[in-house]
Ligand binder design. Structure first.
Ligand code: ZN
Length: 232
C-alpha cells in the first residue's frame, strides 16, 4: 500500500528558510519557500534516469533484484556529493523522495517486509553526523509505508574507501566488516523479504556482501534500491 506523502512546508520550516534559504541541491539556486524538496524543477527534469526497473545482475548474485533510480553522473553526482557533505539531512529526504517517484513507475514492486539501509561504521556516522543511506531509507519507508530496521545489519569495522583497493582486497576488506546482530534475528525474521538501500552502486561488492550476510542468516529474498549506478 502506498501512503500519500504530505508535501506541505511547515511553518517552522518556513521560518528556518527565512534565515537559511533553501537551495537546489544541484545548481544552488534559491528555491521558492513553498518548494517541498530541495531541487528546482529544471534540475529535477534533467537528472539522468536509469529506467530499467528491478533487474538481476551477475555482479551481485546474492541480490534478487536491484533498482537504480539514476546514473551516477551530471546533476545526480552533484546532488549525492552535497547530500553527503553539506550536513543537511533534508537533502537526503529530497533524494528519498526522488528515488521513490522513479520506483513507483515500476508497479507491481517486488514484495518486501521491511527496509535495511547499508550501515555505516558508528565512528564514521559520528564524524558525518548521519548515515545518508539511512536517511534516504527512512524517507522511502515513509512513502512505501514500511519500517526501517537499523539494528539488524551492523558495520563493525571501519573499512578504507573501496575505490583505493583492488578487487580481491575489496572482498577481503568487506567480508569481516559487516555483522548480523544476533539479538535481533529471531524466528520471526526468517523467510522475510528485505529491501536494502544504499546511495551509489559502483562494483556492487558492498551491497552483495550485505545480501549474502542476510541470506546466510535466514532472510529469503533480498532486493536493493540505490540512488544511482556508476557505469564505466
Ligand atoms: Zn537546480
Amino acid at each position: 500500500m502506498i501512503k500519500e506523502k504530505n508535501d506541505n512546508v511547515s511553518v517552522f520550516e518556513k521560518l528556518i528558510r527565512l534565515i537559511y534559504p533553501a537551495k537546489c541541491m544541484v545548481c544552488d539556486m534559491v528555491l521558492n519557500e513553498d518548494t517541498p524538496t530541495y531541487i528546482c524543477q529544471p534540475c529535477k527534469k534533467s537528472l539522468p534516469r536509469y529506467l530499467k526497473g528491478f533487474a538481476k545482475s551477475v555482479q551481485t548474485p546474492y541480490l534478487d533484484g536491484i533498482f537504480a533510480a539514476f546514473y551516477y553522473r551530471d546533476g545526480v553526482e552533484t546532488a549525492i556529493h552535497n547530500m553527503k557533505f553539506k550536513s543537511n539531512p533534508r537533502l537526503a529526504q529530497t533524494m528519498g523522495n526522488l528515488i521513490c517517484e522513479e520506483l513507483m513507475q515500476y508497479q507491481p514492486l517486488p514484495e518486501f517486509d521491511f527496509i535495511i539501509p547499508v550501515p555505516m561504521h558508528p565512528k564514521k556516522k559520528r564524524q558525518r553526523g548521519y548515515n545518508q543511506a539511512e536517511l534516504v531509507a527512512k524517507e522511502a519507508a515513509g512513502i512505501l509505508n514500511k519500517e526501517v530496521h537499523t539494528d539488524i545489519l551492523l558495520k563493525t569495522q571501519n573499512t578504507r574507501p573501496q575505490i583505493q583497493l583492488k578487487r580481491e582486497e575489496r572482498l577481503r576488506n568487506l567480508e569481516s566488516a559487516f555483522t548480523i546482530n544476533n539479538n535481533t534475528v529471531t524466528k520471526k525474521n526468517l523467510n522475510r523479504h528485505i529491501l536494502l538501500v544504499d546511495d551509489v552502486l559502483t562494483t556492487g561488492t558492498t551491497i552483495n556482501t550485505c545480501a549474502k550476510i542476510l541470506k546466510d542468516n535466514g532472510f529469503s529474498y533480498v532486493y536493493a534500491l540505490v540512488i544511482a549506478i556508476a557505469q564505466k
